[in-house]
Design a protein around this ligand. Structure first.
Ligand code: ZN
Ligand code: FE
Length: 257
């Protein structure tokens, strides 16, 4: 397996998921076709599938042009996204399995950002779209804090800590600045912020993260942190500090950040 990030638009990541044994590849979230086709040519692989994490235009924007060139591509997305994903051919339910070349892929259903959000697990990698970012999560456009808590901490969070997390946007630096604000005594956040600033200053990307790093630095996965709970109490004195209420409160704070 080889995974190649393909930067698209201003800050999106598509990813080429390559089965080295067969030379087949799938593309996760082609925001645009051109950079994906360039990468496919550069890697010398055969594109056989599109794996969409959700229906937003900045994740499916390249589907149409890719299908125009290769009408037989399989297009994966959640069953409930039927009619919202251009060219969708495969309707996935939670736990569905399929393969790209000889790579076994498993779909997780992660409602929260959207109702049909999916993450794709392949060996030690997970593609999370706009559900889990490095040090953040997507806005709750079609879901509740409870949905997002479950998706992040229970479903994706059940994967092994060494799992590599390939997320949908380069938001890491801003996310860590927010994390530092809501959890000022978290040294892991400070360390990662310094490392990420250095990477970005060199024009490098921050993908992938790991689940272990997210448990240490992602405020939406740290709702039991006393420091985060204190921050929440200051802005929302009536908050009952359950994990779901804390996630909801910091998500509202992040919407204004
Ligand atoms: Zn989105
Ligand atoms: Fe997005």
């Amino acid at each position: 397996m080889r995974i190649v990030p393909v930067p698209c638009l201003a800050d999106n990541f598509a990813y080429l998921l390559i089965c080295e044994e067969t030379g087949q590849a799938g593309v996760v979230d082609p925001a645009e076709a051109e950079p994906v086709l360039h990468c496919v040519a550069q890697e010398g692989v055969t594109l056989s599938a599109i794996l969409n994490t959700h229906h937003h235009w900045d994740h499916v924007g390249g589907n149409k042009a890719l299908l125009a060139r290769q009408p037989k591509l399989k297009v994966y997305g959640h069953a409930s996204d039927r009619g919202r994903i251009e060219g969708q051919t495969e309707l996935l339910e939670a736990g569905a399995h399929f393969s790209v070349g000889k790579l076994a892929v498993r779909a997780l259903h992660n409602p929260g950002h959207t109702s049909g959000a999916v993450s794709y697990v392949v060996q030690d990698a997970v593609f999370t779209g706009d559900t889990m970012f490095a040090a953040g999560c997507g806005r709750l456009l079609e879901g509740t804090p409870e949905n997002m808590y479950h998706s992040l901490c229970k479903v994706i969070g059940s994967l092994p800590p060494e799992t590599r997390v390939f997320f949908g946007h380069e938001y890491t630096e801003k996310n860590l600045r927010f994390a530092a604000q809501v959890e000022p005594d978290n040294a892991d956040v400070q360390d990662k912020l310094a490392a990420v600033r250095a990477l970005r200053a060199q024009g490098q990307f921050t993908t992938p993260s790991t689940l272990a790093a997210e448990w240490k630095t992602n405020p939406f996965m740290r709702t039991d942190s006393k420091s985060i709970q204190q921050t929440v109490r200051q802005s929302d004195p009536g908050n009952d500090l359950t994990p779901i209420a804390v996630l909801g409160a910091i998500r509202r704070m992040k919407d204004q950040f």
